[in-house]
Write a protein that binds this ligand. Structure first.
Ligand code: 7TS
Length: 415
């Protein structure tokens, strides 16, 4: 995250980049769409849409099992994405890139497989107060089954992790630290390098939920040295139904399969079944092939713009939006961490977030309202939910101005 180059090269024409996203050209409720719900799901560029279409039109067959040409071609197209992902996050080995259906699935895989093998009564799992439910509930489920205990790193009123709370709870009993890289509800960028190093010193493994980080910044898993890193394709110009679990090879090799079925086996007999090699040991059944191929095109698109450029442009837009929103009377930003990514959560005095969101929608503005699958965050701030604008590199200053106008209108509407 700190590898961001803040000098935006003039060579990126951001309006040309934006023009690659057909969804953004439409009207919603009679108004040109302003899409500021990128944290929930980002849009796909035409190239990724076309790639999926071409796959279905000319290349579709099942993967890893056919001698016929079409199946081999589908396998090559599907597997090409693995190398693109490896390169994107700078993993050392291709076998460390496990295909899943998304961040939720990736975390469930680790909790279930690693937890079943290694967690015992009295062991501790450390998560933070700002986790998405996907990085809480799988750990609760495995804790219940193994007798391990869940402990929680507290956060302060800015929505930053209290590092003392982390150090006080980290001990030799800690078997897993599972922390979000960038909070989807608050935008906080967490000091995960420090967390990873400290956890390793105590012998704990670390899983980082990178769902909101990989789409917006340069992530280098070797440099971070996390044991596991999870993210979703649909938040980074790819389709839904596809995601990644990065795991260190030596750890993944020792973990038992998560789900059983075709593709993940070496030899099956009724007496004993042996497992396929990594990464296939964790990839049972026919996978979402078209989604995997489309994600490859999404990554190509991100690379063509440049992750450094994306990070810098989004920072510019977030700074612009924060400046404008903080000037609105009666608007409070929730989550004021010193290091923040492209998420701005806010409240309007006397107006329920859902009511405000409904009026914004009528103005063509798509923001998310509610608890953002992070109920403990809302509990911390004693609020029912927030409005959340989550920004992508294909947004522009005009989108932010339209949001500001619509908020002013919403305030008038509710008197
Ligand atoms: N972790 C974080 C930090 C997330 O933001 C999300 C999705 C997930 C995990 C789960 O990802 P999935 O692809 O498996 O669903 N976040 C959001 C959001 O903020 N609004 O809708 C989904």
């Amino acid at each position: 995250m700190d590898k961001v180059n803040t000098d935006i090269p003039t060579k990126v024409n951001w309006e040309e980049v934006r023009a690659q996203f057909p969804v953004l050209r439409q009207k919603v409720n009679g108004k040109p769409l302003v899409y500021l719900d990128n944290g929930a799901s980002s849009q796909m560029p035409q190239s990724a849409i076309d790639r999926i279409d071409a796959y279905h039109s000319h290349e579709h067959a099942n993967v890893h099992r056919g001698i016929h040409s079409l199946s081999q071609h589908a396998t090559d197209a599907y597997e090409a994405t693995r190398e693109k992902v490896r390169k994107l996050i700078n993993a050392r080995y291709l076998e460390e890139i496990i295909y899943t259906t998304g961040t939720t699935d990736s975390i469930n895989l680790v909790a279930s497989s690693y937890g079943r093998k290694y967690f015992r009564e009295g062991d501790e799992i450390l998560v933070s107060e700002m986790e998405h439910h996907a990085n809480i509930v799988p750990w609760q489920l495995i804790a219940e089954q193994t007798g391990a205990r869940l402990k929680v790193i507290q956060m302060n009123e800015h929505g930053e992790l209290i590092m003392d709370s982390f150090y006080q709870q980290l001990s030799e009993k800690t078997k897993m630290v599972a922390v979000v890289h960038v909070s989807n509800a608050l935008g906080t960028i967490n000091p995960i390098e420090e967390i990873i190093n400290a956890a390793h010193e105590k012998g704990a493994k670390v899983l980082i939920d990178g769902a909101q980080a990989v789409p917006h910044s340069v992530v280098d898993v070797q440099e971070l040295n996390a044991d596991f890193y999870a993210f979703s394709a649909h938040k980074m110009c790819g389709p839904t139904g596809f995601g990644i679990l990065y795991g260190k090879k030596e750890i993944l090799e020792e973990m038992p399969p998560y789900r059983g079925g075709g593709d993940m086996i070496d030899k099956v007999t009724f007496e004993k079944t042996t497992w396929n090699d990594l990464p296939f040991k964790f990839e049972a059944g026919t996978p979402p092939i078209a989604a995997g191929v489309g994600f490859g095109a999404g990554i190509d698109f991100l690379n063509s713009v440049g992750m450094d450029n994306i990070a810098a442009r989004e920072q510019e837009l977030v700074d612009y939006a924060t400046g404008k929103l903080s000037k609105i009377d009666g608007l409070t930003i929730v989550g004021t961490a010193e290091h923040k990514a492209s998420v701005i959560s806010f409240l309007l005095d006397g107006i329920h977030p859902t009511d405000a969101g409904t009026i914004l929608d009528k103005e063509g503005i798509a923001v998310r309202t509610g608890h953002h699958c992070a109920q403990p965050v809302m509990e911390h701030f004693k609020i029912p939910g927030t409005l959340r604008a989550s920004i992508s590199f294909y947004n522009n200053e005009d989108d932010i101005d339209r949001l500001v106008e619509a908020i002013e209108y919403t305030k008038e509407f509710f008197g």
